[in-house]
Ligand binder design. Sequence first.
Ligand SMILES: [Zn+2]
Length: 418
Amino acid sequence: MAYEELSALLGGWEGFMIAAVRREPTSTTQPVPRVVIVLEPVPSRPKRCSRCDGEVVTVHEVTTRRVRDLPLMDAETWIEFPRARVECPRCGPTVEAVPWLDRYQRMTTRLAAAIARLAQVLPIKHVAQWFGVGWETVKQIDQRALEARLGPIDLRDVRLIAIDEFAIHRGHRYATVVVNPLTRKVLWVGRGRAREDLRPFFAQLGPEGCARLEAAVMDMSGAYADEVRAHCPHAAIVYDLFHVVAKYGREVIDRVRVDETNRVAGRAVGRERVRRAQRRIIKGARWLLLRNRDTVTRPADRIRLRDLLAANRALFTVYVLKDDLKQLWRFRYPGAARRFWAQWRRRALASRLAPLRAFVRRLTPYLEGIISHCRYPLHTSVLEGINNKIKVIKRMAYGFRDDAYFFLKIRAAFPGIP
Ligand SMILES: [Zn+2]
C-alpha cells in the first residue's frame, strides 16, 4: 500500500508524516497490544505559533512527546512526535501549533471528541475503562465539551418558569431546578432547596428579566413562592393540580379511611362477622380510593369501589369532593373558578369531617395560586419526567461530587423543544 493511501486511511496528523511504526507485544503489565506511530515534521512546512498562529522561524529546542490517539484495530495507539519550543516575534517564547493535539489532555483532539461522544450515553467509569484512560480525564473532557456546547445560561426570553427540588443524595442534599414549562428546557440548576437557594437564579435573570417574568408554577409545599414574589411582585404564582390532589389524597382520603376503619372496629352494635368484613374492605381500599377514577378499569375493582362508597357515607363524601375539586383546574375565567371554590368550600365544611375541614383551612392561603391556573394553565408534570431522568444521570455519573458538572449534565439532557 502506498504511503499516501495509508495516511489517508488513518486520517493523518497535519504537519507531520509517519517515520516509523511499531507494535509492542502484550505483557503482564500491558494486557492490550500497543501500537506506537512515530511522526516527523513535514520538512517544507513552516512552523506556526500556538498562540497567534503566525509563522515562526526560531526554534529553541525540540522534545519528544507521546500522546494517545484513537485505538487502531485491537491496539491501544500512541503517537510519538517532536514538539518544538519556538520564539514567536509577536508572542515571545512558546510552543509550535499542533492542530490535532488536544489542548489540555495528553491525547489527540479526535480521541477527546470520541470520549466526549461516548460520555453522553455511558457512565464515566465505563468510558474510562473502554479507552483505558483515567476517570478524571473523561470527566474533564465531558465537562469541557458540555460547556462548549451549552454555552452560558441564556435567560433573555424567559417569561414562564416551573420550579422544583430534587434530591442529590438520598435524603440530605438537595438542588433546585428551574425549567421552561412549555419547552422543557432546563434553564438553571442550583444547590439547596431553601428560599434563598433560588436567589442566584433571579440575580442571573436581572432586573429586566424579573420584570418580564409572567408566571411561575410550583408545588405548594416548597419555599419558593416568597422568593418569586420578592423579585417579581407582578408575576403570578401557579399551583399545579397534581400536587393539590395528591395532598388531598394524603390529608383527607387517607385519614378519613383510617378513622372509618377504627370507627367500624370500635362499634358495639352489629354482628361481629359483618363488622370484620366491613373493616377489611375499608382497610384494603387505600389504593382504590387514591387512584384516579378513570384508571379504575377492572370490573371487579369498579364494583368494589362502588360498594365501598355506598356502604360508607364519609368515604363517599370525600371521594365525590375529590372529583369535584379537580374541576377547579378546568376553569378559564377566574370569576367562575372563585364561585366554584366558594361552593366546594361550603360543601366541604358542611361535611363535618375534621380532616376535610382542616384541608380547606390549609388550602385557603394557596387559593390565588390555584385561581392563577385559569390564566396560566401550566403544569409541573413536566418536572416529574425531569426528576426521573435526573435519577438516571445521577446513576451514570456515579461517584462524582462536582455539582457544576452534574448540573451541566442536567442542562444537556433537557435542551428544550423549540
Ligand atoms: Zn505568536
